[in-house]
Design a protein around this ligand. Sequence first.
Ligand code: NAD
Length: 501
Amino acid sequence: MATALTTTPRLLENYIGGRWTPAASRERIDVENPATGEVLARVPLSGADELDAAVKAAREALPAWRAVSVLERARRLFALREALSQRHEELARSVTAEMGKTLVDARAEVARAIEMVECACAVPTTMQGRILEDVSRNVDCETVRQPVGVCAAIVPFNFPAMVPMWFLPFAIACGNTFVLKPSEQVPITQQIVFEVLDGLGLPPGVVNLLNGGRRLGEAMLDHSGIDAISFVGSASVARLVYERAARTGKRVQALGGAKNHIVVMPDAAIDEAVAGIIGSAFGAAGQRCMAGSVVVTVAGAHERLMAKLITAAEQLRIGDGMQESTDVGPLVSEAAGERICSWIERAAAGGARVVLDGREGVAARGASFVGPTILDGVTPEMEVAQEEIFGPVLGVIAVATLDDAIAVVNASRFGNGTSIFTESGAAVRRYRHDVQAGMIGVNIGVAAPVACFPFSGWKDSFFGDLHAHGGDAIDFFTRKKTVTSRYFSGADGSGPYFVER
Ligand code: NAD
């Protein structure tokens, strides 16, 4: 499907120590627009030398950046917020071009990225410590927060603008310096973000961008000059990141994959439930860590839901995300499309009923265009009910009671997000209390990240303890130091309090 190239695609560069720097590595891969096959850029796969240079720059920048007043650091984030807002549409178009999601979705992603920066601007308040007088006679105790050091993030392909902003603004707000490795599949949007950062006049080395793939990621895990790693990606890599980075004593938060259930109760507002499920399962072609991928219908909900759900899914328009009329864009690559098709085949062979078959989109438009697919008659034992598919494929499991539904959800090895559709407060209370997942939606299809709250899953969806953004970001990107103090002069309240010089 590749279109003829009229110009040589540009070779992306790294940003190290305040300068755009060509990668030394000769290894590079094409970044393709998944809707058109056009090669948008070539991305170098940087190696150990580039990593050393970025970490050295970040470490050298650390003392001076930490000494910049916290109010001034916040001012730089206000400027970042303004500059990103001015390039909102350009960033959204870049996300659509390299990742495939629709422009509406990409604009919303960039808005969420900007909200992260807004939230980090509160650092003069959020980074405050605590003090307690008189923990003993004439003795006071205080806790202050200090930066952790050189922090780094390794991020996935599905949110090229937002996920890096879960970490970067909070890290530098707290006085750390930063090294970012975007996904090699979608490295272009962060080139724009780093152009913006370059224009802010931050001291060289405060933020650094390294392009590369798995080899660079592994080198980051092992590098003794990095103090903290934030990772977002698939569950198997998240587990590996958590174990491997800990070997060099790093602080780690590793957000992994998901299998999110949407429970529909018999009393649900059914049209609203359908709209919520459609957006959750098929938005971004199912390539969201919060995508609903299994609907669990309770008792009569199945009959009320299914016809409406299938009709609504059939009406979604598949196409290039750049067209405003498109509802579902392509998968990130043809390889991803082929993987999804093989999942549908295996599910059907395993006994699921394909009541809506998205493989027709592939026949019409090409391998990356798998359309919305609905599998009814799924059982919890099926592989398709257990593993992350990361495409527009929705399984439906029918159960008799809310207890059964909770048992299905809690049997999953994942625990990222889950939603319940019901008008019953009692059912919601029970669900919220007993379900094992980090993010819960009540009559909300996607319990999307809210910048001022922590975001992450449980079980195999997350390795670590401090979640992304919100108050947890300040805890992750600072070290606490507790000081206990007393002074002997004037201990009995009679002075003297100073000595004349
Ligand atoms: P991935 O795990 O393949 O890659 C993620 C990043 O890790 C990339 O930058 C990649 O280059 C790097 N990487 C790959 N192997 C590595 C290794 N051995 N060591 C170090 N780094 C390595 O994930 P992906 O396909 O880019 O993204 C999709 C996955 O991300 C899905 O599983 C999705 O659920 C998950 N995700 C989770 C969240 C969340 O909040 N939990 C958010 C977005 C995406």
